[in-house]
Write a protein that binds this ligand. Sequence first.
Ligand code: GLC
Length: 614
Amino acid sequence: MYRSALRLSSLGLVLGVLAAPAPAVHGGPVRAAPGPGSYLDSRLPVEDRVADLLARMSLDDKLGQMTQPERRYVRPEDVTRYRIGSVLSSGGSAPSPNTPQSWADMYDGFQRAALAAPLRVPIIYGADAVHGHGNVAGATLFPHDIGLGAARDPALVRAIGAATAQEMTGTGVDWNFAPCLCVARDDRWGRTYESFGEVPELPAAMTTLIEGLQGDRLGGPASVLATAKHYLGDGGTEGGRDRGDTRAAEQELRAVHLPPFREAVKRGVGSVMVSYSSWNGLKMHRNGYLIRDVLKRELGFTGFVVSDYNGIDRLDGEEGFTRDEVAAAVNAGIDMAMVSSDWRRFIGYLRDAVRDGTVPMSRVDDANRRILTEKFRLGLFERPMADRAYLRTVGSPAHRALARRAVAESQVLLKNAGGVLPLDRRDRVFVAGRGADDIGVQAGGWTITWQGAPGPVTRGTTILQGIREAAGPSATVAYSRDGTGVDRSYDAAVAVVGEQPYAEYHGDLTGGMDLDAADLETIGRLRASGVPVVVVMVSGRPLDIASELPKWDAFVEAWLPGTEGAGVADVLYGATAPTGRLPVTWMRDASQQPINQGDGKKPLFPLGYGLTYG
Ligand code: GLC
């Protein structure tokens, strides 16, 4: 990451700055300014720099490094005063105006404040760029993970990571809370679309995203820290309930949910985020066996472990921190607490726990060693400011072309009776459905806002616009949202239906998994005209459509394509033949959930199913 650092002419200037007395926060003298060969000397090995810095840090310096407030609840002057180590933007938390430039200004503001503290330890800034830099207006949005699982193209996923890292780098954000390596076992789960698939091999293969994000080596050009999440078993909860309980023998937990994290550690992932969920009734945020003994010792993970958002303060099932919760989480191996608003209380409780010995100083030092190591590796001490040279990559034509390719590769053709697809460019085509001309619907959750929303929420190409571009000059492409106006003069009708945006537990399904009435009515109108009906489903998971499928002539699962809807049209018109294959088993009936490969249940479509043309 070539960051246009605050160009300090020489170490001497730095030493001068360091010598300036700083307001001690809670006691603890500012140690002598570092000489050459100190942690500020980038020629030294990282472990030496960490050791030198650690030796200079007061307890409050160390507690601040372990604290991650959300941007809305911390001021730059707080970052200086409390030695805060990291700030995050939670889903949809953006500066105003929401432009890439104002993101870079915001980032630099927090970073300058961090550098104003005596030891000048830079912050690392985290965000959920989980399908591109989704919080940022105008960013390129790629298919959500389930679509990339259907594409089964690890090299493509690496390229997506690299493109996402470039767009992040321009805005300063240097830590991505991605990839999600969950193994989604129950499609009722609201985060199914954040999974690459129902078997561990798929998310394990897509850990190439880590290499794309971090680069060949952390700290290279446009390199950001990746996060393997959510450790461990978040996709295996009872009933697919988000943040629920995964009840499984250790052998099953290790066989199904651990392999993607083992692969992520092999690929050098810099951070791991702990799951809100529990394993056999024990909250992951206090599971010292799985975090300390398995992740850090057995798998050899040397990066740092971050909690999920306010994940620590839910350990007792009640809102709000207790000192016991803080001690339990930190002693279990959590190195940084994503504590959103109540971060002063977190620091106070942790200081008390250290002072009374509940949390050993060695645990605090280990956490700081891990955090500082990743900051040094990332090059933050040398290049702390946003690299605005990359601002021009945000939403760039090259990135959108990559996203369009990913959309096309992720399409899964599940039915094509009579070869109604591919459409002919001369065809008279009638397009309908709530998802046809709606960027927000096709992008899904984690888009501009946490939950996402229908409507023109960001820049891109809708599926209808893609169809219009793909159709020839002599063709007719008509559109009505509910199908009104269709008649038998058309060669084909395309209904783009499916789910409205959601994220996390808001997407949990406890009742049926059917297409809703509006979509079924739209399809019915098209069918009544007598023309062949192509159903394109924009959804984050399989839905219960077996009883409707016989009425459809063709069926394409588009997943959640992101900003480049033209990739769907590329497949509908045959510019790209469909190659996508199901990353999850498609139920015959919602009562089959959870349904997965090898469980003996008879699905509508098996894992790996997908048709192509001709
Ligand atoms: C959320 C999610 C996690 C995300 C974090 C920060 O609740 O569980 O995936 O990275 O908070 O937004």
